[in-house]
Design a protein around this ligand. Structure first.
Ligand code: FES
Length: 679
């Protein structure tokens, strides 16, 4: 065995023997330790910071003397004076091995560090972006060795990165010579490497040493809203988030009306392409202003969206998506130049669009799949992205199925008599006392319930303006639990329900949720509202049920509600309505904007792009429109919660009366129950 000193790196545990005088950065590279370097070991970038430890390390079987590393040198001294090195830190490219040593690589010096995600139950993101910086010294021109400046730059980058072949964006050629001379033959290149095994290309160039920051933009391009996260590509941190309404709304609220607009108006598709691209440029303006960042520092972008938005963003007529067999122009992931998508960022900025799963299941569902990873789940998980079109995934390690279901806009408050978008003043939470049938509610913008002291003062500015999507689900579920609505979705009369809040409204009955004020009339729930929600939730459930049929199961282990709306739905109320299959309430979780999270993962970790492309190729797609059992499931799922599925787990924890107002029968089942606790 060699007598060379032993170098042990933590947290990786990698170890090896190296001759005295070996720089720690060299040892790290030879062992494959994740230690960053932009300047190639010239003491400029400080990315290679390490923390040496002294003393006894029985676990590693070494004793480390305080002379285990070379002394503090002039380069470190200069760096410390100019920029400051944290106490205990050394520059890995300057400190050399003198004896056995244990070296800790702090997270900020790791290229592939973990980015912490907020939810505890999900995996962390490994940082492995497509963009890296490399600062190199370029050989100066020599009349005796006539080579071009670009060729010498490439040679320097090949030596610094160990890559055999380095591409170079043509748009940089014009400024190459002044940049090299301005930097006195030192330049920093931004290298874009789309895959671990792809050749990198220079996409931006700065004279001298440039340390960023550089940014990436992850965008969830929804039909109603466009949401973006601006991320620092070297830390993974989200530095700003912004959202705006999709300007295409003026061509139609929902996707099919936009497809119709394109069909009925020559050039209408391109008008919508221009509108969405203008919206994205506005998003870039807003988000960079919020972060105090320069838009030219955004060098990578990732997009997720549904198939219609996908086509309109790319400038493709969505005509074929409006009719069977719903053929996509392309379903593969796309790697493009952002400028070719009309985005004014930097000329070399790249754009990656996740693959679409099927004609109705888009790149947004692929983003959800990347974020929630049903393919890596031990238990069978149903992931539902609730929007105007529900996109549904069912799977585990054995395989994943996907479909979409046309839920329509009812869950967003459209088609509801008092419905409105989630905005201050909208009723978002509702409770109905099962004995007195009296409601109380909360509106967006106040934490007080309507029967709390001070409620009127708290909502004086906004008033009570309507019911948003989560509010309508709660109120109908509460009405069902209080015996005001029967299993068929019929609201009972005052006599049948024992509540004067139920009143005849044409041929059916309505329920008065709020008596109104001087400025605003009463807010009621009509039987038409309940029908609209029944249709939407039956479509959602039937899609999920079809996937369960394909998988040969009658139950799922857990349910994940994704989408901004999913974040606000209460699991209990969703299940009382039969929106989702019966399962323990504590197994229903919300993933928030999982599609946007998927975009962020693909932005920060280029390996995730391979993962999702492989997974999408393996997902079994189910087209609900041609499945004979869809209609049967739909009819059963129109009941509250369901005509054929007993929802036994739900009924074991929730008192669910089963009157039928049509036959005039039934005890409401609510009598004698106590008022539920608040909150
Ligand atoms: S590698 Fe740049 S300072 Fe050490």
């Amino acid at each position: 065995m060699s007598n060379d000193p032993l170098v042990i790196f933590t947290p990786s545990g990698k170890r090896g023997r190296f001759p005295v005088g070996t720089p720690i950065l060299t040892a790290a590279r030879q062992l494959g330790v994740d230690l960053d370097s932009v300047c190639g070991g010239r003491g400029i970038c400080s990315k290679c910071q390490i923390t040496p430890s002294c003393g006894e390390f029985p676990k590693h079987g070494v004793t480390v003397a305080d002379t285990a590393l070379s002394g503090w040198n002039a380069v470190e001294e200069r760096y410390d004076q100019k920029r400051g090195l944290p106490k205990g830190r050394r520059l890995g490219c300057q400190a050399t091995v003198q004896g056995d040593v244990v070296i800790d690589v702090p997270p900020e010096s790791q290229v592939h560090r973990q980015v912490v995600r907020k939810r505890a139950e999900v995996r962390e993101i490994t940082l492995n972006p497509t963009i890296r910086l490399a600062c190199v010294e370029v050989e100066q021109p020599d009349m005796h060795k006539p080579t071009g400046d670009l060729e010498r730059l490439r040679a320097a980058l090949r030596a610094a990165t160990g890559q055999d072949s380095i591409g170079f964006d043509r748009h940089l050629l014009r400024d190459l010579q002044p940049t090299l001379r301005k930097g006195n033959w030192q330049v920093t290149a931004a290298l874009h490497q789309p895959r671990d095994d792809a050749d990198p290309s220079v996409v931006a160039l700065w004279p001298g040493f440039f340390e960023g920051p550089l940014y990436g933009l992850a965008v969830d391009l929804g039909s109603t809203t466009i949401a973006g996260h601006l991320c620092n590509l070297s830390t993974g941190e989200v530095v700003a988030s912004a959202g705006l309404m999709n300007p295409q709304i003026r061509f139609g609220e929902d996707l099919m009306s936009r497809v119709s607009y394109a069909m009925m108006n020559k050039g209408g598709d391109l008008e919508m392409t221009d509108a969405v691209r203008a919206g994205l440029n506005q998003l870039v303006t807003d988000i960079t202003a919020e972060a105090g960042a320069d838009r030219s520092a955004i060098l990578d972008t990732v997009f997720v969206m549904n198939p219609v938005m996908h086509h309109l963003f790319l400038g493709i007529d969505p005509f074929e998506l409006g009719q069977a067999p719903f053929a996509l122009a392309t379903s593969d992931a796309l790697s493009l130049m952002a400028r070719d998508l009309g985005l004014s960022i930097a000329p070399g900025t790249r754009a990656y669009i996740l693959p679409c799963i099927a004609g109705h299941v888009g790149a947004d569902a692929a983003g959800v799949a990347l974020s929630e990873a049903p393919d890596q789940s031990e238990d069978l998980v149903l992931v539902v992205d609730v929007g105007t079109n529900a996109e549904i995934l069912l799977g585990d390690k054995r395989g994943v199925l996907a479909c979409s279901s046309p839920t329509g806009p009812a869950f967003e408050g459209a088609q509801i008599s008092a419905g409105q978008r989630a905005a201050p003043g909208a009723i978002e939470r509702v409770e109905i006392d099962p004995v007195t049938k009296e409601p109380r509610f909360r509106v967006i913008g106040s934490d007080l319930w309507s029967d709390d002291d001070g409620f009127d003062a708290a909502i004086a500015a906004t008033g009570v303006t309507g019911i948003c999507g989560s509010g309508i689900i709660e109120v109908i579920a509460e009405m069902r639990m209080a015996g005001l609505v029967d299993a068929s979705g019929l609201i009972g009369s005052a006599e049948q329900t024992g509540s004067l809040r139920c009143f005849a409204d044409g041929r059916t009955h309505s329920y008065r949720l709020w008596d109104g004020s001087a400025d605003h009339g009463p807010i009621t729930v009509t039987n038409g509202d309940i029908r609209a929600i029944q249709m939407a939730k039956a479509a959602l459930y039937s899609g999920a049920r079809l996937l369960m049929d394909k998988r040969g199961v009658n139950k799922v282990d857990r349910v994940v509600l994704a989408g901004a709306f999913g974040a606000h739905i209460s699991a209990k109320h969703a299940m009382v309505l039969g929106m989702i299959p019966d399962c323990p309430l504590d197994k229903v979780t919300s993933a928030g904007n999982a599609a946007g999270t998927g975009a962020r993962i693909a932005l920060l970790n280029r390996s995730a792009r391979d993962q999702i492309e492989t997974l999408v190729g393996r997902i079994e797609k189910i087209e609900t429109a041609v499945e004979p059992r869809f209609q049967e499931h739909f009819v059963n799922a129109s009941a509250l919660p369901n005509a054929s599925d007993p929802f036994a787990i739900l009924r074991s924890v929730v008192d669910l009366p089963d009157p039928s107002f049509n036959t005039g029968g039934g005890d409401s089942g609510a009598g004698g129950r106590r008022r539920r606790r608040r909150g």
